[in-house]
Design a protein around this ligand. Structure first.
Ligand SMILES: CC(C)(COP(=O)(O)OP(=O)(O)OC[C@H]1O[C@@H](n2cnc3c(N)ncnc32)[C@H](O)[C@@H]1OP(=O)(O)O)[C@@H](O)C(=O)NCCC(=O)NCCS
Length: 156
């Protein structure tokens, strides 16, 4: 199937609770494309979990095109008064169309409206170039259950 890659054809809205399983399935598809993470994920399937509470709180945002969800992002209160980008996943079929960047932009707007000054993320090293392109800087590193993570931060 051919995809229109125009970012204007994507709409961002809050996720619905009824979409929890669909979003977790998207997270699986997206995460399994990160070379090297696949075996660890398959060994720890509980790592892919999107909480109903987070959706109900209105802090999970989906990008949709023609009625299909193609990506989502989730926010959580972060450390030091920042807000944390807790999840960001784009369907492998719709990569490099600007969906990820537009979800980050949306989260930046939300963070700004809520009075935060920075958005932080524990970035998968596979996503380093993406986060750099979106204006995040590395401020440290951390260990996650799947290996090293990049602490990245972007002023909003
Ligand atoms: C990381 C991810 C969210 C990016 O989503 P995306 O919609 O493909 O990204 P965008 O199209 O908005 O990319 C914006 C810019 O980021 C950079 N970028 C994105 N993917 C890249 C890649 N694989 N390699 C290098 N640069 C990349 C580019 O500069 C790109 O702009 P360009 O396409 O005009 O060159 C997506 O690849 C994904 O879901 N990966 C698997 C899950 C994951 O690792 N999530 C992050 C968890 S911390």
């Amino acid at each position: 199937m051919l995809h229109s890659c125009a970012v204007s054809s994507f709409v961002i809205r809050c996720a619905a609770i009824s979409e929890q399983k669909e979003l977790e399935a998207l997270q699986w598809r997206a995460s399994l494309t990160n070379a090297g993470d696949r075996d660890a994920l398959l060994a720890h399937p509980d790592a892919i979990e999107l909480s109903i509470d987070q959706i109900a709180a209105g802090t999970v945002f989906v990008s949709e095109r023609n009625g299909s969800i193609v990506g989502f992002a989730a926010l959580l209160p972060g450390a030091d008064g920042d807000v944390e980008l807790d999840a960001l996943f784009v369907d492998p079929e719709v990569r490099r169309c600007g969906v990820g960047r537009s979800l980050v932009d949306h989260c930046v707007q939300i963070a700004r409206m809520q009075g935060f000054s920075a958005l932080c993320v524990i970035g998968n090293p596979h996503a380093h170039d993406f986060y750099s392109a979106c204006g995040f800087n590395i401020v440290g590193t951390t260990e996650t259950r799947f290996g090293p993570g990049l602490l990245m931060r972007k002023m909003v």
